[in-house]
Ligand binder design. Structure first.
Ligand code: FAD
Length: 377
């Protein structure tokens, strides 16, 4: 199997690069072992101090509406955090204040939304809170087994019965100016979010739950669908285990499922994430990149990897694969001529590209542009 570009990793960075290349007519394949950081996504992209039209268009074409609105968002514990570019689920406030009286609504038997902590946190910001748990017959089947009462399972039901929730809230609402709901709406149909906002005669704020994140899973599904509709091949549940390298260039990738059928390409992009997704691994002696054995920027002494004060910033979180100016990955100090690294596997080795979601998007677009640049030969 031969492609213009093979991308290893199935998260945000990989999908942004894959969509950009497919749109430009390049044949691509994505190999992904599975879960990625989007499944834990808050709904706000870190380090996006601006929102280029190109980025909002890319997401809009996938059915994801982003809004750029610098301010703060409400966190699950009733605190506030700075936010800029966000999904439509996320309400942004100019300052850490949401109103005077809030009704926090959740569901009987659902333990992944911390109403009490949320109320206590908001009370410190002068918001008077009351909590109501809805007993919905449609959730009874899930309630039989506590392991089923998870955000995504509830979200599947909510896509059908959100109007019942709106009706219940209208009955409960007294003089509250704000209604706070867990982020368990609009898994498949995002119009549900605005319809709930229209149906409730108060400000509605959707707030984070324990993972998996419903807005994150929706984002992953929509980006993946857009990529596949453009013609991309997404090899779900496979793992890149090694590569054939010849004279400083990758020739092909070996994967667990394809065995002797190697994936050949002109370009390769490594987007396997950091420790969380196993794009970086550590042992007592070093931090390494397991697919190609690339150079990883790290302190030589293990004692310098971490700060013994657990809650402090940890140096190892900044380590990442070493790259040259054009994001070609380095091995033995030399760039591999057709292998690029993007996303969180870069750690904070390229501060000019930002962190988190901002790093994933910027590095993915930068590498896609490199690949699409006409060659001078
Ligand atoms: C728990 C968590 C929550 C976060 N929340 C936010 C947030 O709210 N906002 C924000 O801006 N940033 C957040 N981040 C930062 C996040 O890392 C980036 O936003 C971004 O999603 C990273 O995307 P990525 O594609 O680089 O890596 P990842 O999302 O980690 O994806 C890497 C992918 O590579 C796959 N993979 C790994 N090894 C192989 C292999 N050998 N073969 C094939 N596939 C492989 C993994 O299965 C995974 O699919 C969060 C990070 C974590 C860990």
């Amino acid at each position: 199997m031969k492609f213009n570009t093979v991308i290893i990793g199935g998260g945000l960075a990989s999908l942004v690069a894959g969509i950009t290349l497919e749109k430009a007519g390049k044949s691509t394949a994505i190999i992904s072992t599975g879960q990625n950081a989007l499944h834990f996504f808050s709904g706000s992209f870190e380090s996006m101090e601006e929102a280029p039209q190109r980025v909002t268009d890319l997401f809009a074409e996938a059915g994801i509406q982003l809004h750029y609105n610098p301010g703060v968002r409400l966190m699950p514990m009733g605190t506030f955090r700075k936010s800029t570019l966000s999904l439509e689920d996320i309400s942004i406030f100019p300052e850490p204040a949401i109103g005077h009286k809030a009704l926090i609504v959740s569901f009987a038997g659902y333990h992944d939304f911390f109403c009490q902590f949320l109320a206590e946190g908001l009370q410190k910001h002068g918001v008077q809170c009351s909590i109501k748990l809805l007993n919905l017959p449609e959730l009874e089947a899930l309630e039989q087994s506590p392991s089923e009462m998870r955000s995504v399972q509830i979200a599947r039901t909510m896509d059908r019965i959100w109007e019942n929730v709106v009706r219940e809230i209208r009955i409960l609402l007294r003089d509250e100016d704000t209604v706070i709901l867990p982020q368990v709406f609009g898994l498949k149909d995002t119009s549900v979010l605005s319809r709930i906002r229209q149906g409730v005669p108060a400000q509605v704020v959707f707030t984070g739950t324990l993972p998996p994140s419903v807005p994150g899973i929706r984002t992953q599904m929509l980006l993946k669908r857009r990529y596949e509709l453009l013609g991309g091949i997404y090899l779900m549940g496979d793992e890149a285990t090694g590569a054939h390298v010849h004279e400083g260039k990758i020739h092909s990738i070996v994967t667990h499922n394809l065995g002797n059928h190697f994936l050949e390409a002109e370009n390769f992009i490594l987007a396997t994430g950091a420790y969380f997704s196993k794009g970086l691994r550590s042992n007592p002696f070093e931090i390494c990149e397991p697919v190609f054995g690339l150079d990883v920027e790290q302190a030589a002494e293990r004692s310098d990897w971490y700060n013994p004060e657990f809650m402090r910033e940890q140096p190892y979180m900044k380590y990442g694969v070493a790259t040259d100016a054009t994001l070609h990955a380095l091995k033995g100090g030399e760039p591999l001529r057709n292998l690029y690294a993007i996303g969180s596997i870069l750690g904070e080795t390229r501060p000019e590209l930002g962190t988190g979601g901002g790093l994933a998007i910027r590095s993915a677009l930068a590498v896609a542009d490199q690949i699409l640049k006409p060659t001078e030969e």
